[in-house]
Ligand binder design. Structure first.
Ligand code: PXG
Length: 465
């Protein structure tokens, strides 16, 4: 039996949405005028809208529905847990079985150096926890001046005041007085857009050395941590040159600062390992996680922390927590999600089947006249659209104009593909089959062809001077 709202005609749903629903990261009046798409159900990698269209979800929801839609087991576990214990807190000397079991499971799956876990309801909350936790850690170590976080431009670490400040999104910082003090941003290893005449290797090294320089300028005694996504997700699936991470790791090792890997997107199989830190061969002190831990079936996230932090922070009361830290239903669903991922060897599927298959098809996109660079790790991938791949030119139009056109064509072709500026991004559910990859690629080629003709017709195929 579908939900009652599914019986309303699409226009009525759209009108109600336009009247009362304030969407995240959206110009709401414009969307209201255009008419929002109403998603009514989903199965596997497919979404269905209120008009009956079947759409390939090339973004796994918002990079989170890793095991795909429609898994009955997760619904059953949620219902069972709601009947048995829908909620209890973990603040006042109590705990419950789902939180215990999930903490233990995460300890088992995460890199050897991780030990404790502090739960939150998503990535923004978890990164806010990290700010408070890391500063408290240094206070306990009697180094209270170590307060500054070094992050990167164009990073995404969430949308709350703290996590939005950690992030490096210029458009977000332009509103409401962000970033808060004590956050320092360095460059991102985006060779395609920013590498100039350097080789990718030289550029990657130079970007890493910006961290060394920032530490020197700000003073090691004032720096709490460096935070970064192993592969920038919302920033456009920027895969750093091979020289970048080894040098960053060396710099973190050589200085008395903590290293936080924000694995909200790269965690739980996305890159072909449980964590992107394994794929990129990096050794963080803290891992931020969310999204894929529950495949988005319930909101849950948190911070995995090294033994040293776990022990020291455990010596006294850390004045921090959320009502929903370790929520029993969310924890039970996450556990079931992880059980399925293990039992069905979904990570093996990414690493050995879907990942390599998509990589071959994805890299062939550079044969298209509009596509400059094609980047892919596991099942996260991007292409840079360009009017001239020889000199990696940007379009003459405002950044994002062409990307938006391409995204609109993609939607019209029943494929959800995201744009970040003039880069196109996909991150399909990890269970995607090779047949579904073929179907997705067919829609991508069609979308690119249609975008190219649109640009030609509208005189937009021009390079910025
Ligand atoms: N860290 C990273 C690396 C993320 O990608 C967050 C933290 C924040 O998580 P929550 O659960 O608070 O949203 C994220 C979230 C996009 C997009 O359009 C990406 C995210 C969120 C919303 C939109 O790519 N990533």
């Amino acid at each position: 039996m579908p939900a009652i709202t599914n019986h309303l005609p699409t226009e009525e749903l759209q009108a109600l949405d336009a009247a009362h629903h304030m969407h995240p990261f959206t110009a709401n009046r414009e969307l209201g005028d255009k008419g929002v798409r109403v998603i009514t159900r989903a199965n596997g990698v497919m979404l269905y809208d209120s008009e009956g269209n079947e759409v390939i979800d090339g973004m796994s929801g918002l990079w989170n529905v890793n095991i795909g839609y429609g898994r009955e087991e997760l619904a059953e576990v949620a219902a069972r847990q709601m009947r048995e214990l829908p909620y209890y807190n973990t603040f006042f000397q109590t705990t419950h079985v789902p939180a215990i079991a999930l903490a233990a499971k995460l300890n088992e799956l995460s890199p050897e150096t991780m030990n404790g876990v502090f739960f939150a309801s998503g990535g923004s909350e978890a990164n806010d926890t990290n700010i408070r936790m890391v500063r408290t850690f240094w206070e306990l170590k009697r180094k209270p001046n170590k307060k500054i976080f070094i992050s990167r431009r164009n990073a995404y670490h969430g949308s709350s005041v703290g996590s939005g400040s950690l992030g490096g999104m210029a458009a977000m910082h332009a509103q409401g007085g962000l970033p808060i003090p004590g956050i320092h941003h360095i460059g991102q290893p985006n060779w395609w857009s920013e590498g100039g005449d350097k080789t990718p290797e030289q550029f990657g090294l130079d970007c890493a050395l910006e961290l060394e320089q920032a530490i020197r300028e700000l003073g090691e005694d004032n720096i709490a941590a460096f935070i970064a996504e192993p592969i920038q997700g919302a920033g456009g699936v920027i895969v750093p040159p091979s020289t970048y991470w080894p040098e960053i790791q060396n710099i973190c090792d050589a200085h008395d600062i903590l290293f936080i890997a924000d694995e909200v997107i790269t965690g739980f199989g996305r890159t072909g390992n449980w964590f992107g830190s394994e794929t990129m061969d990096i050794y963080p002190d803290i891992i931020t996680f969310a999204k894929g831990v529950s495949s988005g079936y319930q909101p849950i996230g948190g911070s995995l922390v090294s033994e040293e932090l776990t022990v020291l922070l455990g010596e006294s009361e850390f004045q921090h927590g959320y009502t929903y830290s370790g929520h029993p239903v969310a924890a039970a669903v996450a556990l079931e999600n992880l059980r399925i991922m293990e039992e069905e060897n979904i990570i093996g599927h990414v690493r050995d089947v879907a990942g390599p298959y998509l990589k071959q098809k994805w890299e062939a996109l550079t044969d298209h006249p509009l596509v400059g660079e094609a980047s892919i790790v596991g099942l996260m991938a991007s292409i840079a659209l360009t009017p001239n791949k020889e000199n990696r030119a940007a379009f003459a139009s405002d950044p994002g104009t062409v990307g938006l056109i391409c995204r609109e064509r993609s939607f019209a072709n029943n494929l959800i593909m995201r744009h970040v500026g003039d880069r196109m991004v996909i991150a399909p559910p990890l269970v995607i089959t090779t047949e579904e990859i073929d179907m997705m690629m067919e829609r991508i080629w069609k979308t690119l062809d249609e975008t190219e003709s649109f640009l030609k017709t509208n005189d937009l195929l021009k390079s910025r001077a």
